[in-house]
Structure formats: C-alpha cells, structure tokens
Write a protein that binds this ligand. Structure first.
Ligand code: FE2
Length: 565
C-alpha cells in the first residue's frame, strides 16, 4: 500500500482490526495533518492540530467512539502549536476533561508551563486561552516512572540501532499488538515517531532541515542527525510501507529514505545555523518584503533591457535571435509569481498570515524564480550590474532564511578611487553603435558588443556628477567593495527617480570617513521602507547610511582602515 485516502476509514496494513481515518491537508504551517486510529476498544488521535473545523470533526468522531464505550487518547508527535493548539485550548477552557493527552516528557513540561518558545506560540503570534487549569499530559518516553491520571500500561527500552547509536522506545499496547513510540529529537526536543502496523507517523522530522524550519527554538542539529540515522535504520530493519508526515502527502519508504539521506548530506551546512527566534523571523520577513520590492524593480529593468536587445536584433534582421532573446526570461511567469506573493504579503499586513508564513512563501517564490532563470543565457547576453545585484539579493535572502552567514568580503579600499571609478562608469557615454555593427559575422564578439551597449545605463544620460575630496584626507576604508558599489548605484538610481540633474559626492577623512551625497532636488530621497532596505545593503557592505538636515542629502559613513591596514 503506498497511498492513503484523506477523510476516509481504511485498514492499517500489518495490524488487523485497526482502522485509520486521516486528515491530509495542503501543506501549511497553521495546522497539521491529523490521523485518527480506531481499534475494537480504543481511539487514538495523532496530532489533532490547530484548525478549529478539523478539530470539531475529530471531536465528533471521538465522542461517538466514547459513547460506544471506546477509550480515547490524543498523542502528539511534538508540542508545536500547529499540532496541538486546539486540544490544549480545549483543556485550558475547562472542557473535554475526559480526554487524555500524551506527549514526550520535554513536550509535556512545555505544555504544562505553556512555554511560548518551545511550543512556537510566540513566533506564530498565538496565545493559549488564559486559565488556571493544568494541561493534563501523560509523559511518553519519560526516564522517570510515568505519572498522572493515565497509566498507559507501557514498557520502555533502549534499542541498539546502527554505528553504536541507540533509540529509546516505548510500547503502547493496542488491540492485538502494540503501537511503538520512538524518541526522535532534533526538530524539537520532544519529537517522537509512532509505528502502527506498517505505518510510521513521522511528525515534522522530514522537513526538520528545511530553510525556515531548521533553527527553530529547541532545534538541535546533532540530535537531528542521530534521529535521521535511527529512522533510516528503522526503515531498513522493519516492515514499513508508508511514512505519514505532519504536513503534506504521506510518502512511500523509498521517498522517505531519499529525503532523510539528503538531510544527512546537508547536515554539515546546518552546523552554524542561528536560532530562528522572533528577532530573526522579523529580520527575515522584513527582508522578504524588501526583496519583493526590489525584485519588482529588478525584473522590470531586466525585461526592459531584453526588449532593447531584441529591438536591436530585429533592426539587424536577426529575427530568430530576437525571438530567443525575448523568450529568454519568462517574464509573464515571473510577474505571476510576484503578484501571488504580493497578495500573500497583503494578507499578512491585514493580519491573516504570520511572519513565518511570509518567509516560507518568499522561499517558494524565490526558488520558482530561480528555476525560471536556470538554463537561460542571460549571463552571456549581458554583464549588467542589475543581474549581479539581483542574484546577490537572492543569495542573501536564501542565507538569511537558512540562518547562514552572509557572503561578505571585507577588504581595504581607497574610497576616492572606488567612487571615482564607479561614477566614471555611470557617466561614460554608451559604446558606439558601429562597434556592434563591426562585430556582425563574429557571433561572440557581436553579442559581447551588444552586451556592453546594453549594460550602459541610459538613465544617467544628461546628468552631471561631481566628486570632491577634502584636502589630502586619508580615505582608506574597510568595506566589501562589490556590495558597496552595488549599494551606491542603487542609491544613486533613487536620485534619478527624483529627476535630479546634478549630483555631488563629497568625501571627508578621519576616523570615520564619509561620503555626503547631495543633489538639486527638494524632496526627501527615501521613504521609510526604501530607507530600511538601502540601509541594510550598506550595512552588509560595511557602511552606515545616515540622514542629513537637508532632506535631499544622505551620508555614508565607514570605518577607517589606515593606509597599512
Ligand atoms: Fe513542528
């Protein structure tokens, strides 16, 4: 058996007389899949979830079972709110007192104290109903003797698995057999997997290394690696047909094995991950919003340039090349993806989504956009700074959600030389068209000439720049040159947007060398959102963006490095 039907009773393979009624949801993080099991004497619910409607249907089934004389117990794969919010709230509100809840010891403690971090309630922005009622949990896999009202009549042991590892197991008697509970921490300290017949209920184990999920409070890389190896051992040594995860479709053993092996391969990369706490989630979701804004701009510039290139090619009667160029990026599809993301962000701003969802949606969007870019010949066609900035943005964002460090290369640079070179490139006239025409006949030279022509930013035509330096000030600074130049170009484009005709860049030395940018405009250059995004870019480059009294004026401040530094 490799498939399960949602919301339908079906037999559990490998354990006669046990039936399963799964609730399989479209993957989301606001609730989870629930699995209701029924034997001749009891009902078991694995992960009742956080969806009120789903819970109402589960409760109806359980109450019918209880009325027919069945015993009922709710089991959690772990204590995250998306798996248990409804049942814990039911307890807290004083209702459903007859229901039993079983969760691994660390999770039981977290639920008793309603720990907002270990349960993920804080990052989801959820609060349990206030009440003095205790959550009545039975600890699973407790090193101490089981306590509480519920005796599960269970037996505990520690099994040797592979390569000297061990796996803690608890046997819960079930009509004609047993449900085995395995302690598989890593995603959270209390994560467990349940084996019933030939079905393994894996909770969030299969996604524990995914960006945005890895690094949550309570996450532990070493424990995760051990658990993954232990579950791989289980899949090898036991008869298991299907792995039923907490989110998304159940998968067959082969697929589960491939996912787990992929996790082991990526385990090294997860070594330096930062904790995905509220601060990081805020930072990343702010970044996701900035990316949306910048991606919109960047893609329209790219599309504009490709259009320009295809126009040239048409003029040169190279229709085939022109068509290839227009089809180079599927801008319609990119627009569609961005529009969907936009909608999602709006739902977030209206309070219908949480920050973590924005991040996960942004990851999905960015990955789809990257896929559309893959295999295109954009890099051959243009050496545009826009392309570089866009890919840097995508790279930074991916690292941010993965909790990895940014790719920053701090070096010693001569600020005046760097600024003059950057401005020199911006203000230079476009390469002459003859250069392109001369290259016709030599495909590579022709494309290179076209690329140079296109890389030239016509936006600065007719604009004057003056670069001034205070005396013989020492302007040796420590920055990431590539990032700084990209950030500066991005900032200067904002002045273009305000129709500035004259931009002055004035440099001063000292402990903190500065560049003061001013222009012949009256308005404030950056609104709040843009300021945040530019400030972040400069920060990553090693510079601080500051406002001046004059609204048209912005200051960049850097660390001096000393001529020998
Ligand atoms: Fe989870």
């Amino acid at each position: 058996m490799t498939a399960l039907e949602s919301v339908k009773w079906q037999p559990v393979p490998g354990l006669e007389g046990v039936e399963l009624y799964p609730f399989i949801r479209k993957p989301d993080i606001v609730s989870c899949n629930s699995y209701v099991l029924r034997t001749t004497s009891e009902m078991i619910v694995i992960d009742p979830g956080a969806d009120a409607e789903q819970m109402a249907r589960i409760l109806e089934m359980v109450q019918q079972g209880v009325a027919a004389g069945l015993d009922a117990t709710f089991y959690l794969t772990h204590c995250h709110v998306d798996h248990c919010f409804q049942i814990v709230s039911a307890y807290r509100s004083g209702g459903n007192g007859s229901m039993k809840l079983a969760v691994q010891e660390a999770g039981a403690e977290a639920l008793m104290s309603l720990d907002p971090d270990l349960t993920q309630a804080r990052v989801m922005g959820w609060a349990f109903p206030p009440s003095s009622l205790q959550v009545r949990c039975s600890s699973l896999l407790d090193a101490r003797e089981l306590t509480g009202e519920v005796s599960l009549g269970t037996k505990m042991d520690i099994m040797p698995t592979c390569d000297g590892l061990t796996l803690r197991r608890q046997m819960v008697p079930l009509d004609g057999g047993a449900m085995e509970v395995f302690h598989t921490p890593g995603h959270s300290p209390d994560s467990v997997c349940y084996l019933v017949g030939r079905m393994l209920f894996t909770g969030d184990l299969l996604f524990a290394a995914d960006p945005g999920i890895a690094g949550q409070v309570g996450w532990n890389r070493d424990d995760l690696v051990t658990s993954v190896r232990n579950v791989l051992w289980l899949l090898r040594s036991r008869e298991i047909d299907l792995c039923c995860p907490g989110h998304g479709r159940p998968v067959d053993t082969e697929t589960a094995r491939a996912i787990l092996e992929g996790m082991l391969q990526r385990a090294g990369e997860l070594g330096s991950i930062r904790t995905n706490d509220l601060d990081r989630i805020r930072f990343t979701s702010d970044y996701a919003l900035d990316i949306l804004m910048e991606a919109n701009e960047a893609f329209s510039v790219l599309a504009g340039r490709l259009y320009y290139l295809s126009y040239y090619l048409e003029e040169l009667e190279e229709s085939e090349e022109a068509r290839r160029c227009r089809e180079c990026i599927e801008s319609d599809k990119i627009d569609e993806l961005l529009a969907k993301f936009h909608l999602f962000v709006e739902e977030f701003l209206q309070g219908q989504r949480v920050q973590l969802q924005v991040i996960l949606k942004a990851i999905q969007t960015i990955q789809s956009i990257e896929r559309l870019f893959r295999g295109t010949k954009l890099e051959e066609l243009m050496d545009a700074s826009v392309l570089r900035r866009t890919s840097r943005l995508l790279g930074d964002f991916t690292n941010a959600v993965k909790g990895l460090e940014f790719d920053i290369e701090m070096t010693t640079a001569q600020l005046d030389v760097l600024i003059e070179r950057t401005i020199g490139t911006l203000a230079s006239p476009p390469p002459p068209e003859e250069e392109i025409l001369d290259a016709v006949g030599d495909d590579q030279a022709y494309l290179a000439a076209l690329a140079r022509r296109i890389a030239h930013l016509p936006v600065y035509d007719g604009m004057t720049f003056s670069v001034r330096k205070e005396g013989d000030a020492d302007l040796t600074v420590r920055i990431d040159e590539g990032r700084f130049v990209d950030a500066l170009c991005g900032l200067l484009e904002e002045y273009v947007g305000l129709e500035a005709r004259e931009i002055v860049l004035r440099m001063t030395g000292g402990d903190r060398p500065t560049v003061t940018i001013s222009a012949d405009v009256k308005e404030k250059v950056l609104d709040q959102e843009k300021e945040r995004s530019h400030r972040r870019r400069f920060e990553l480059a090693g510079a601080r963006l500051k406002n001046a009294e004059d609204p048209a004026c912005l200051i960049l401040e850097m660390e001096a490095s000393g001529r020998d530094g």
